[in-house]
Design a protein around this ligand. Structure first.
Ligand code: HEM
Length: 365
């Protein structure tokens, strides 16, 4: 598509799709021209749930909402979580070692980020299992275009759960993120309940599936790229750089959507005001105009200006946390399972989502 139809309209849905690095970067970052606002007519559909969240808000509200949570996700604040993340990783790895073989998604890549984000949000540990189900359903239902959002019992279940948790924290505040959001004020005004719910739902989905897939995709890239595992074993300092290449080569978030605010020319196409646009991050990250040997996985790639965490004012808030969790997980895998390989004959099936790129299971030996 980058070569033949870099800016393309899908006649059926009327939506526009952009594939080249420069165009994707522009659509993601020119927020005055490409709005992140997302509607949803259904009052209990997934679109509605995210309609008041950071990721679907434009300035000035976006800046105000983001300022409430930036402190919790600065590199310094996140670094302070490193010992806890390392401890959790050790526990999960010890269980894997006891089994001899494992499904890396189920046994490490999924539980690690869920536990970390649950602890940050003050979610009781016995409720974590329900998160997996909710975030799986939401990821598979949240299509790239708002028009296709659907209502389902999962959304209502999750909303009920968070409403109860918010009530509980209102009466008994703790040191968690939900309690600090409840206490926060913007110009003397508290956050609305839809905004609080938007934060909870966004952190649940954004903080879980994406990091799970970064860890899973990293193992897959190592398995497919001869010599890389050995290289990282002998040079562990290369792990962060290797993870940046995984983010580029197998981007956990493949696409983000925007809406054109005014008639706008992208490439040689006129996109009319109001048109939905899908910016294909996964395609931008393989654009040969931006990356030499773009189709190759190369741990030596540096600099690596991938767009896996987005670009501009909506740049991923959780990027430092995702990078830290993935680094600790990969380092633990290398030191505890140096002979790591994907189980022979394993059928690797992709998750059912047009936004998130990752595997359902990853059996390793
Ligand atoms: C935004 C990717 C992990 C929280 C984004 C965006 C991308 C992204 C592409 C930009 C959305 C846009 O432009 O509309 C990823 C990837 C991750 C990851 C690939 C893991 C490898 C996390 C984690 C958290 C998180 C761990 C939180 C704990 C957020 C939030 C936003 C966001 C809150 C919205 C920021 C805003 O609108 O200002 N992420 N993310 N993400 N991410 Fe992440």
């Amino acid at each position: 598509m980058r070569a033949t139809a870099p800016v393309f309209q899908d006649d059926q849905s009327g939506s526009w799709h952009v594939f080249r690095y420069d165009d994707v970067q522009r659509v993601l970052s020119e927020h005055a021209t490409f709005s992140s606002r997302m509607g949803g007519d259904n009052p209990s559909g997934t679109g509605q749930l995210f309609a008041s969240s950071l990721i679907t808000t434009d300035p000035p509200r976006h800046r105000q909402l983001r300022s409430l949570v930036t402190q919790a996700f600065t590199p310094k604040a996140v670094d302070a979580l490193a010992p806890r993340i390392a401890g959790l990783t050790d526990e999960l790895m010890a269980e894997i070692a006891g089994k001899g073989s494992a499904d890396l998604i189920r046994d490490l890549a999924y539980p690690l980020p869920v536990i970390v984000i649950s602890e940050l949000m003050g979610i009781p540990s016995e409720d974590r299992e329900r998160f997996k189900h909710w975030s799986d359903v939401i990821v598979s239902q949240t299509r790239i275009l708002p028009a296709s959002e659907t209502q389902d019992s999962t959304t209502s279940e999750m909303v009920e759960y968070f409403l109860a948790l918010i009530d509980q924290r209102r009466s008994r505040p703790g040191t968690d993120l939900i309690s600090s959001l409840l206490a926060a004020e913007i110009d003397g005004q508290k956050l609305t309940v839809p905004e609080l719910l938007g934060f909870c739902a966004l952190l649940l989905v954004a903080g879980n599936e994406t990091t799970t897939n970064l860890i899973g995709n990293a193992v897959l890239c190592l398995a497919e790229s001869p010599g890389t595992l050995e290289r990282l074993l002998s040079e562990p300092a290369l792990v962060p750089q290797a993870l940046e290449e995984v983010l580029r080569f197998r981007s956990p978030v493949q696409s983000m959507y925007r809406v054109a605010v005014a008639d706008t020319v992208v490439g040689d196409q006129l996109i009319p005001a109001g048109a939905p646009i899908v910016a294909w991050i996964g395609s931008a990250n393989r654009d040969g105009q931006q990356f030499q040997r773009a189709a190759e996985f190369d741990v030596d790639r540096n600099p690596n200006r991938h767009l896996a965490f987005g670009h501009g004012i909506h740049f991923c808030l959780g990027a430092p946390l995702a990078r830290l969790e993935a680094r600790i997980a990969l380092e633990a895998l290398l030191s505890r399972l140096p002979g790591l390989s994907v189980a022979s004959g394993a059928q690797l099936e992709r998750m059912d989502s047009s936004i998130v790129y990752g595997l359902k299971e990853l059996p390793v030996t």
